[in-house]
Design a protein around this ligand. Sequence first.
Ligand SMILES: Cc1cc2nc3c(=O)[nH]c(=O)nc-3n(C[C@H](O)[C@H](O)[C@H](O)COP(=O)(O)OP(=O)(O)OC[C@H]3O[C@@H](n4cnc5c(N)ncnc54)[C@H](O)[C@@H]3O)c2cc1C
Length: 387
Amino acid sequence: MAELEAFRSEVRAWLEANCPAEMREPMRDESDYCWGGRNPTFKNDAQKRWMEVMAERGWTVPDWPKEYGGGGLSPAETKILKQEMARIGARNPLMSFGISMLGPALLKYGNEEQKKRFLTEIARGEVRWCQGYSEPGAGSDLASLQTSAEDKGDHFLVNGQKVWTSYADKADWIFCLVRTSKESKHGGISFLLFDMASPGVSTKPILLISGYSPFCETFFDDVKVPKDQLVGELNKGWDVAKYLLGHEREMISGMGLSGGSTDALGTALGDLLADEPMLRTDVARFDVDAIAFRAMSERFIDELKAGRAHPAQPSMMKYAGTELNKRRHELVMAAGGASALEWESERSKGGKAAREWLRTKANSIEGGTSEIQLGIVAKRILNLPGA
Ligand SMILES: Cc1cc2nc3c(=O)[nH]c(=O)nc-3n(C[C@H](O)[C@H](O)[C@H](O)COP(=O)(O)OP(=O)(O)OC[C@H]3O[C@@H](n4cnc5c(N)ncnc54)[C@H](O)[C@@H]3O)c2cc1C
């Protein structure tokens, strides 16, 4: 216990000395995220410095082993670091699908060479990854995927199409599910890593009604992938895919934590609720559920890190967290009234409230829809009979 308190003091002093003031401001929108990558763009020097000092210390991935660029911290130390960062409002130094999704899968299924190379690059923010799972005919029913990888001796030849690939046009590498055998639906899938600059890879951004293009259609046309970029065993990629999805769902479930803020929504909405007794009741109900979710989430993450979580628990948490976050933003909109719907005005900060509200709808689709999560919970946790 005394050791942990000493660690807390050390962390506090280090953050005080190294976290730039600009990186203690709340993020305004997605343009404040730092993604790293081969050709990184930084909003300002402070953002660059913050990513670099944290990577140097291994604290972009505090609980990964030191030999792969991590901080080698225990779960208790990792929690302290997060608490101390939250205390000063420190921003996440590096947003990365490598950290939240691919990394955990590589730690479990990658060989030593893959871990040394890819995990270290991820920890330093040197390579930006995208996720090649969904296809036009394979979303909820992901194992129907058709993108093929043909064995050509020393390499695979990949052909097919992915869709909804978030930031594929900005990513350096992709982790991709491919079909290597047609004999069995789940048993013929493999998990490949490859460079998005490989000949034959192309992307087409999908323009949304909001004017943004956060995801792409991604095409593979005779893409050569060296065989040593296969993760896990041939035709056993479904195990890797499911394990990664558990971590993706854990990450998305964090949406229910209101960006780390422990302030009650009732306090944040304040005067807007003064003459609204019905709405005030709904907000109070939400605040109670949010406290319960935070407690449950803390226990879940402890269990997950200790390898004791039920394999379907991330589905339960993803469902609960994303539905809670949708409720939060519905209440913000209800309290804000017509002015909360403003879209482009300066007063509304470019429609911040409305855009955040609409974005929550996507949280319960990405990483597997709420209906699919409920189906998994029913079958695997409650043992109800399947359809
Ligand atoms: C913001 C965002 C980012 C994304 N990023 C990526 C990415 O980077 N990489 C990637 O590979 N994919 C990505 N996706 C795709 C995402 O994984 C899929 O959209 C999701 O899995 C659902 O698949 P679908 O869109 O094909 O919908 P469908 O599977 O066609 O589902 C349509 C509707 O039918 C319901 N449904 C389907 N099957 C069942 C069932 N068995 N029981 C009950 N209801 C059912 C669904 O719940 C849904 O409401 C992203 C999606 C979003 C919204």
